[in-house]
Design a protein around this ligand. Structure first.
Ligand code: NAP
Length: 483
């Protein structure tokens, strides 16, 4: 039997962005509920548990500005530590009581001025405002390789790690060499009897060490929180300058280029170095930060295979050169469907689903709203600066922007907010223009690109994002009757 409930605001997802939205709504005294498909908070940091997982944004910068963590273990702390941070935040802010766990959203549609949200648990929720906080790197991508289901060993996606599988002494294969595949190579190489990485496209790798903070350093930071804040500001500055700087010609881009090439030169075997040399510019695909990948690849029992995959067989992977690579364990580090945003079916006021409206790629107004989808907001939506600034900073800014919109709706009962089509088109046009001279469109295939080959990330500096998102420009919106 369908259970029915009424809500003011419904958030989908209790990951890092859904949590900060909850914190803001709670502080503003708004009524809301968070639907979470899993049984705990943390989003991507809950789901990804593969060996070697860490975040390539320095930890002091990968925390809410209002909730610094003064006890990170590493410059780039392990995923488990990051997940624990979000669990602590959810508990500290008493957010758990607002979260319905185990509730997957089957679909949502705008009808009669409100959102109807159907959950897989058989609940039908009516809400004024719907906030999608499901994130872009969420729906796993499984490669369409012939025979994949015939493999007789253990096989799993990197975001669905099967910890019951013993790795020690096993022949392990990894398909994919994005940030995920690269991070797991060093720890896997310590356990596998033979480790094979199957690479389709070479990646540029920038060497960055992952310093462990000593007990003494951690004690000082706990005693003097200003040290943590200064470290955060330092990394924020570096990140905001560097990650935007590398997008166009100039000092940062040259430094990245030089750093990557110098690092590649540390690979001593010329044949391996050739295989690892990309045929596109550094930064075109998301840059990989690692200083343990090349050393791992150069171990005796580790192999990089660049011949294409013909098919998967019960005993392993057959490559196009006719060689069968026998495996006990196969890891699919093949990434995510980055352009399948959020929940499966969100249908707006015109009867069009997001998928239909975005057939030629996502089109938003400032990443958070969409014409034709009244009172619908996205956190870390298309064209958010996910490749440039800390996604935590992005979520804080966007959640404040969304709260401002909700405040307006509270002052205007019976109304719904939707961005004007001209405003969304102007935003898209400025994005298209700004993308022209970026490194992302210099000829590589990456998850940044939409079906039209246009990057769905942020081409401008961080301060432009902060300026544009400081508060909503309501002249770019229509307030329509929500009836
Ligand atoms: P990804 O960057 O999309 O990489 C997927 C890999 O799988 C690519 O190497 C791709 O090859 C390969 N692949 C896909 N289908 C294949 C097929 N049919 N045959 C052979 N190879 C195939 O995914 P990811 O490594 O999971 O990373 C995704 C994003 O997650 C990152 O860019 C980053 O934003 C985030 N992430 C961040 C961190 C962090 O430290 N913050 C860590 C992990 C992930 P092609 O290159 O040829 O397409």
């Amino acid at each position: 039997m369908t259970r029915r409930s009424e809500l003011k605001t419904c958030i989908i997802g209790a990951g890092m962005s859904g949590l900060v939205m909850g914190i803001r709504l709670q502080a503003a005294g708004k009524s809301f509920r968070i639907l979470e498909k899993a049984t705990s908070v943390g989003g991507t940091w809950r789901e990804n548990t593969y060996p070697g997982l860490s975040c390539d944004v320095p930890s002091f910068f990968y925390a809410y500005s209002f909730e610094p963590n003064l006890d990170w273990s590493h410059r780039f702390s392990p995923g488990r530590e990051i997940c624990e941070y979000f669990v602590r935040i959810a508990e500290k802010y008493d957010l758990l009581k607002y979260i319905s766990f185990g509730e997957t959203v089957a679909g949502a549609r705008y009808e009669d001025g409100r959102w109807t949200i159907d959950t897989s648990g058989g609940e039908q929720i009516r809400a004024d405002v719907l906030i999608d906080a499901t994130g872009p790197l969420h729906i796993k991508y499984y490669p369409d390789i012939e025979g994949i289901d015939s493999f007789e060993g253990a096989m799993f996606h990197s975001a669905d790690w099967d910890h019951s599988v013993e790795l020690r002494g096993k022949r392990i294969g990894v398909i994919g060499n994005g940030s995920t595949g690269v991070q797991m190579m060093a720890p896997l190489s310590e356990k596998a009897s033979h480790l094979t990485m199957f690479q389709r496209t070479a990646q540029w790798v920038f060497p960055v060490g992952n310093k462990a903070y000593s007990e003494r350093e951690r004690a000082w930071t706990r005693r003097l929180p200003i040290l943590g804040r200064l470290t955060r500001e330092f990394y924020k500055w570096i990140f905001n300058q560097g990650s935007v700087g590398v997008v166009r010609d100039g000092y940062w881009r040259r430094s990245m280029d030089k750093g990557c090439r110098k690092h590649l030169a540390t690979v001593t075997d010329p044949e391996l170095r050739r295989k690892l040399t990309p045929d596109y510019q550094p930064g075109c695909k998301r840059l990989i930060l690692s200083n343990d990948f090349y050393p791992a690849l150069q171990k005796e029992h580790v192999e990089l295979v660049t011949e294409g995959i013909e098919r998967i067989e019960p005993r392993g992977i057959l490559t196009k050169d006719g060689r069968l690579h026998e495996l006990d364990v196969l890891v699919l580090a093949t990434g995510f469907q980055a352009h399948k945003w959020g929940i499966d079916r969100v249908v707006g006021a015109d009867g069009l689903s997001l998928d239909e409206a975005w057939q030629k790629g996502p089109r938003t107004y400032r990443s958070v709203t969409m014409p034709g989808f009244p009172n619908f907001f996205m956190l870390v939506g298309p064209n958010s600066p996910i490749g440039n600034i800390s996604i935590i900073d992005v979520s804080e800014t966007q959640s404040k922007y969304i709260l401002d919109c909700i405040e307006l709706l509270d002052r205007e009962p019976g109304k719904a907010l939707t961005p004007k089509r001209e405003a969304a088109e102007a935003f898209q046009e400025s994005l298209r223009e700004a993308m022209k001279n970026t490194v992302w469109v210099t000829g590589c295939n990456s998850w940044y690109l939409d079906p039209d080959g246009i990057p769905t990330i942020w081409p401008w500096p961080a301060n432009r994002f902060q300026q544009l998102m400081q508060r909503p420009d309501f002249s770019d919106f229509d307030l329509i009757d929500a009836t």
